[in-house]
Design a protein around this ligand. Structure first.
Ligand SMILES: Cc1cc2nc3c(=O)[nH]c(=O)nc-3n(C[C@H](O)[C@H](O)[C@H](O)COP(=O)(O)OP(=O)(O)OC[C@H]3O[C@@H](n4cnc5c(N)ncnc54)[C@H](O)[C@@H]3O)c2cc1C
Length: 377
């Protein structure tokens, strides 16, 4: 069987151009579907620090054709080494090369670089992209969806894909009763540094809190740190540097980075929120994917890969199944258990950190879950 995609979709609207939106646009356009993509941001894709590519994420992006791009613009490697705050090595995980023996297992890339790779591919495939634009209404019947846009235009589509992230407006439009994002009790701090030459793989330092490093270009790396904060905070720009320096104080092995940080160091702090739709991710011909359906915390560094996997599996099932409803049910059967595993165990890891669980227990759950998601999607 195969070749059913064009029966289900000749023209598709993708709302959101983060990771899942471009992934589904690329897969659909490669197979002859006409794709319109809108993103609300005018400065689309320009901002952001590094993103860690777990083996799952690296495989999904390589499956989409980005192996060379990731190796050229990002940094791919095979190991994750774990340390005590003083810098003693406590564990090392050798990650399997899931995509090909020639492509290292995992890595990192700057978000604007990943965005550019995906944007260039979409443009080459003829995807129509409108930024600073979104949908204001979606009206559907049995055969398609009428969309109205903020620029006053309208369009009719066979399918609409809501890939508009954690605070998805498409989700609000089609499933007003769906669960809402909730604050998980942690803030994720990120900062960018030049990479010490000998730091060639990913690193994590486990103390009362966790600090990690991912090389994300031939010269750069980014640091992430998870802080436990009971109520969702607002952190002023001027507070970022002194607060991050204070958070790093219990890590003697990282004193050299702490001392090197100044006003020019790019720092971001983001309270973590999550949402998981445990029922359905579609209503008629409007389908949610990525963070709009299952937004995880960064504990397994797999949110971007989960969005890309959703996109690949969705197109796979639409192509395989002759009936639209059957395709949607197969899509849910393949994706919901994985979403529950990744979101569920990421939240659990965050809770263990907040409860002060022993580092070995957290490492064990992390490694066990990573192994489970090495399975094909
Ligand atoms: C602090 C933090 C660190 C993370 N680190 C990692 C990591 O290291 N590795 C990893 O794999 N994952 C990480 N994640 C998760 C990852 O960022 C997401 O899972 C991933 O980006 C999801 O992709 P997406 O396409 O579903 O959504 P997004 O990437 O959020 O993209 C949504 C897009 O929709 C657009 N949009 C929003 N609203 C509208 C609207 N109304 N109309 C039109 N467009 C709209 C946005 O501008 C954006 O371009 C992290 C998340 C956080 C919060």
């Amino acid at each position: 069987m195969g070749g059913n995609l064009s029966k289900h979709a000749k023209k598709v609207l993708v709302v959101g151009g983060g990771v899942g939106g471009p992934a589904v646009a690329i897969r659909m356009a490669e197979r002859g579907v006409a794709v319109d993509l809108v993103d609300i941001e005018t400065d689309w894709g320009a901002a952001g620090t590094g993103v860690t590519l777990s083996p799952l994420t690296a495989r999904a992006l390589c499956d989409l054709g980005f192996a060379e791009g990731l190796m050229a613009k990002g940094h791919l490697h095979d190991t994750l080494t774990m340390f005590s705050p003083a810098g003693e090595q406590v564990n090392e995980v050798q990650s399997p090369r899931l995509f090909s023996p020639d492509v290292p297992a995992e890595g990192g890339i700057m978000r604007p670089d990943l965005h550019l790779l995906m944007e260039q591919r979409m443009r080459a495939l003829g995807v129509s992209i409108r930024t600073g634009t979104t949908v204001t209404a979606l009206e559907q019947d049995d055969t398609g969806v009428d969309a109205t846009f903020t620029d006053g235009t309208t369009g009719r589509y066979d399918l609409v894909i809501g890939a508009d992230g954690l605070f998805s407006k498409v989700r609000d439009m089609i499933m007003p009763e769906a669960p809402k994002p909730w604050y998980t009790g942690q803030v994720c701090w990120r900062a960018q540094f030049k990479r010490p030459e000998e730091w060639r793989g990913a690193r994590m330092y486990f103390g009362a809190i966790k600090v990690g490093f991912t090389p994300c270009s031939p010269e750069d790396m980014y640091m992430y740190l998870l802080q436990n904060v009971k109520e969702k905070p607002w952190i002023e720009e001027a507070e970022l540097l002194p607060r991050l320096k204070a958070l790093l104080a219990p890590f003697p092995a990282l004193a050299f980075l702490r001392d090197a940080m100044d006003e020019a160091t790019p720092i971001m702090a983001r309270p973590l929120e999550s949402v998981l739709l445990t029922d359905s991710w579609y209503a008629g011909r409007v389908i949610l994917l990525g963070d709009a359906a299952h937004s995880t915390t960064p504990h397994l560094a797999s949110g971007a890969g989960m969005a890309a996997e959703d996109a690949i599996v969705l197109v796979d099932e639409l192509d395989r199944e002759a009936g639209f409803e059957a395709a949607m049910q197969s899509f849910m059967a393949r994706r919901l258990p994985r979403g529950e595993l990744v979101v569920g165990n990421s939240i659990k890891l965050g809770q263990m950190e907040q409860e002060g669980a022993p580092a070995e227990e957290m490492q064990a759950l992390m490694i066990e879950t990573l192994h489970a998601i090495y399975e094909p999607y």
